[in-house]
Design a protein around this ligand. Structure first.
Ligand code: ZN
Length: 79
């Protein structure tokens, strides 16, 4: 039988417990980033007023519900 002192038992218990928490934390952060990235792909901001617009799969111009300006659904960069 393995002789295990109380100090080693506490050390192993805490190591396994903290490693489990760390793994859950990293997994949760990766899931959050993935969901944020997917959500950011579906929304764009109006170039005039900054309102959020929901993009569609087609490439037609989106009309802003606040100011009425037309926005490209998939634009990259600034000027
Ligand atoms: Zn607008």
């Amino acid at each position: 039988m393995i002789q295990l002192t109380l100090a080693w038992f506490v050390f192993i218990y805490l190591t396994v417990f903290l490693a489990g928490i760390l793994i859950l934390w990293i997994g949760y952060e990766m899931l959050q980033k993935r969901l944020y990235f997917q959500a950011s792909q579906r929304f764009i901001h109006c170039r005039i007023c900054g309102a959020s617009l929901l993009t569609s799969s087609s490439n037609e111009l989106l009309s802003c519900h606040s100011c009425g300006s037309l926005n490209e659904p998939h634009h990259q960069g600034g000027l």
